[in-house]
Structures are given as structure tokens and as C-alpha cells.
Design a protein around this ligand. Structure first.
Ligand code: LLP
Length: 415
């Protein structure tokens, strides 16, 4: 069953009617289905097999309660900051199942990761390698490292989230990475364990992932000929989901492509999946404040805004919007822009959308489970919304709504 579906004319998350969630917790509010997350996690985990380390990309949605469900189901974690490390440890994640990505790791973040005993640091430059080597030798340990290579592959996604092209800041060009591996003795406190790669996000075509995997395989083979023992290949994340009408890969398609590319290699596969686990397991529930007609241009002003869900403003991303109370679609002339209260014309969730809506109605913005709350801010001094987790017929608050006291405290007591 789809996690968000109508029954008796009301949109529900699993068994729970969303109008009840709004009445209890107010709007705007993020609502996630634990069952939907579990289904996606287990579908990927079964398809990839027990030998694969499936790391959940914490940046997609980082609530402690979601992380603790994932830890409980056996997930590993892909982190990009000391903050994400703290979240995963607090949620009971196993440090030996954590990989740490990112181009700008600070000294403190590297030391914290080494002290926690994480599985691997994905290093993105020679300068970072030097820094990790120094810190590991100060701490008297050897740092488990994979170099993140940049395979220069066109991923076919929005420019802002393409990461494996030559011009992007991510990774190390293949030839340069090969030279670094071959000069391993220059960094005595580095234990080169893996090769890592992540070419972008919301990839609807698996061919670029296969191409990147083949390039990583080529590097692995050259390094093993040179006598270097690499024990894992981390092929990143990026599996796209359906927001609108995209054709997207299934977990089985994805696993087959990776397994094919790595056939016969005695290595452990690592992946870093974010959006494909949580993206369609969450909605942002919002209430219509006003309708407004500016000489024929119709606006539906809701109580959520770009500070709550940035994706439409930042990437022009499409999110389906459904009325919580099922309604007939209006005629074509009835298209609306769904916009928030923020003082920018870029503050919109949909433009020219066919939607039945009147003041007071509840709307659900779909596909908000990944990079939704995680990218929320307090812009315009708005309070970030609460998060609610649905388990069967129970709705549980997993983050409370911010208060004016939360907003003002860091300035009233700057320390
Ligand atoms: N690994 C690395 C190194 C990454 O940079 C990312 C995402 C992932 C894994 C997870 O990718 P996923 O499986 O979720 O596609 N805010 C954007 C997405 C940014 C993705 C950044 N990196 C959006 O809302 O579309």
C-alpha cells in the first residue's frame, strides 16, 4: 500500500488521517511513515545482499528518531560533518558502519571521527590526506581511508547536485588518485582501504552509475596489479525517486548494475543512499491561509514556506500537492501558484498547478521526506516545523515545533 493514500475521502499516512495530525500538532508539519522507510530500506538491503554495507546518507533527513530506527534495522551511515557524527552516535549507530564524506573536513571533525573509530574516511584531496595523516599520527592510530575519485561522468541531473563531473569540487581526478595510492608510504598513518565515488543525486538513469563503477573497477585492478590491497569499493548514492512522472530504477535494477560492474572482485561493496530511502516516505502538511487573485493570476498562500522546504525554490523541483480532503480538480482555468509567506518571489511550492483549494484547506506536499526538514532554516525568523513519525495507527512527535524562545535564545545569551 502506498504510504500516503485516500480512504473515505481523507488523505492518510498509513492508517492515520492527516487532518487529525494537523489538528493535534498544527501546521506546517512534516509527517513520515516509518513503514515506508522500512520498506525502502529492506528492499535495497535485500537487493544488495548481506555483504554490502548500506549506509544511509544522514543529510537527507537526520532526525534522531529516524536514525535510531535505521540503526536498529542494521543500517550503516554516511556522514558529512561532526554534527552528523554526533547524531548517529546519539541514535545508537555502530561507528564501524560509518563512512565520512565531504571536501572540507575540519581538524576537529577528523579527530572526532578517528576517536569514534569509524569505518572509513572518504578523503577528497591531497591536502586532506596530509591533514588526516598528521591527526592520526598525533592520536597514535592509523586512519582507515578511501580516496574519493572524480570519474568525470555526466550524471544527467540538476547541475547543483551533479558531483562527478570534472568541473565539480568533489573527488580527486582518477589519474591523480592513482598516483596518491601508489605513493602510500608518504603517509604512514593512513591505511588505504577503499576507493569511493559519488557522481550525483536524483539519478533516474543507471547508466552513469554503471560507467562510474566500471572506472572505479579499472582503478582497483591497476592498484591490485601494483600490489595494493583495497578491500572495499564505495559507489555512493544518488538513486532517483519519482516526484512527478519520472521512470526510476528499482532496488533490484540498481543492485544488478552494481553487482555486474563488480563481478568477481574480492571486495566489499558500500553504498550511501539517502533520498531513495526516505524521499517518498514524508510529506509536508500545510494549511491554506488565503486565496488571492491578481488580475487573473491566482495564488494560494499557505502557511509553509521556502524556509521549510527549499527544493522548489532552489532547484525548481516539482513536488506533487494533494488536498487532504479529496476534491474534484478544477477546470484548466483554475491553475494556481502555491506560495508561502516569505518576502521573495522565489518562495513557491508550485506554479500554474491545477489544484482545488480554498482558505482553511489542508494540503500535503509530497516527496518531502528527503532534503526537506534537513534543509529548513529560520529565514524571515520563522520557527522550524515539528516532525511526526507515523507507526501503524499511532502518530508520534519526534521533533517539537520551535518556539520564539528557541529563536531568540542564542542572541539573548550569546555567552
Ligand atoms: N553520498 C554523498 C557523498 C553525497 O554527497 C550524497 C548527496 C549522497 C551520498 C546521498 O545522495 P542521495 O542518495 O540522497 O541522492 N539537496 C539536494 C540533494 C543534495 C545531495 C547531496 N549529496 C536535493 O534536495 O535534491
Amino acid at each position: 500500500m502506498r504510504p500516503f493514500h485516500y480512504r473515505e475521502g481523507i488523505l492518510r499516512a498509513d492508517e492515520v488521517p492527516l487532518d487529525q495530525v494537523a489538528a493535534r500538532f498544527g501546521t506546517p508539519v512534516y509527517v513520515y511513515s516509518e513503514m515506508a522507510i522500512h520498506e525502502r530500506y529492506t528492499a535495497f538491503s535485500h537487493a544488495l545482499g548481506p555483504e554490502t554495507l548500506l549506509c544511509y546518507a544522514v543529510k537527507a533527513s537526520s532526525n534522531l528518531h529516524l536514525l535510531s530506527c535505521l540503526a536498529h534495522w542494521g543500517a550503516g551511515f554516511d556522514i558529512v560533518s561532526g554534527g552528523e557524527l554526533a547524531r548517529v552516535l546519539r541514535a545508537g549507530g555502530d561507528p564501524q558502519r560509518i563512512v565520512f564524506s565531504g571536501v572540507g573536513k575540519s581538524r576537529e571533525e577528523i579527530a572526532a571521527a578517528l576517536n569514534a573509530g569509524i569505518f572509513c574516511l572518504n578523503v577528497e584531496s591531497e591536502a586532506e590526506l596530509e591533514r588526516v595523516d598528521t591527526i592520526a599520527s598525533e592520536l597514535g592510530c592509523r586512519a582507515p581511508v578511501a580516496l574519493r575519485v572524480n570519474p568525470d561522468v555526466e550524471p544527467g541531473t540538476h547541475r547543483y547536485i551533479a558531483t562527478g563531473l570534472r568541473e565539480s569540487k568533489f573527488g580527486i581526478p582518477m589519474a591523480q588518485a592513482e598516483n596518491l595510492y601508489l605513493a602510500a608510504e608518504r603517509w604512514p598513518a593512513i591505511d588505504f582501504r577503499g576507493i569511493a565515488c559519488h557522481i550525483g543525486s536524483q539519478l533516474t538513469d543507471l547508466a552513469p552509475i554503471a560507467e562510474a563503477a566500471r572506472k572505479v573497477r579499472g582503478l582497483y585492478e591497476r592498484l591490485s596489479k601494483a600490489g595494493m590491497a583495497i578491500s572495499h569499493l564505495d559507489l555512493g548514492g544518488g538513486v532517483g525517486i519519482r516526484y512527478h512522472d519520472e521512470q526510476v530504477p528499482t532496488p533490484a535494477d540498481y543492485a544488478a548494475v552494481l553487482h555486474d560492474a563488480l563481478t568477481g572482485l574480492p571486495v566489499r561493496l558500500v553504498v550511501e543512499l539517502g533520498r531513495s530511502i526516505v524521499g517518498n516516505a514524508g510529506v509536508l502538511l500545510t494549511r491554506v491561509e488565503y486565496l488571492k487573485d491578481n488580475e487573473g493570476k491566482k495564488f494560494c498562500i499557505v502557511d509553509a514556506a521556502m524556509n521549510d522546504l527549499l527544493r522548489p525554490s532552489l532547484y525548481g523541483a516539482w513536488h506533487d500537492i494533494l488536498p487532504v480532503q479529496e476534491a474534484e480538480l478544477p477546470a484548466e482555468t483554475g491553475t494556481l501558484d502555491v506560495v508561502g509567506p516569505i518576502c521573495e518571489s522565489g518562495d513557491f511550492f508550485a506554479r500554474g498547478r491545477l489544484l482545488a483549494a480554498k482558505a482553511g484547506d489542508l494540503l500535503a506536499i509530497l516527496g518531502a521526506g528527503a532534503y526537506g526538514f534537513a534543509m529548513a532554516s529560520q529565514y524571515n525568523s520563522r520557527l522550524r516545523p515539528p516532525e511526526v513519525l507515523i507507526r501503524g495507527n499511532e502518530a508520534r512527535l519526534i521533533r517539537r515545533r520551535e518556539t520564539l524562545a528557541d529563536l531568540l535564545a542564542p542572541e539573548e545569551n550569546p555567552g
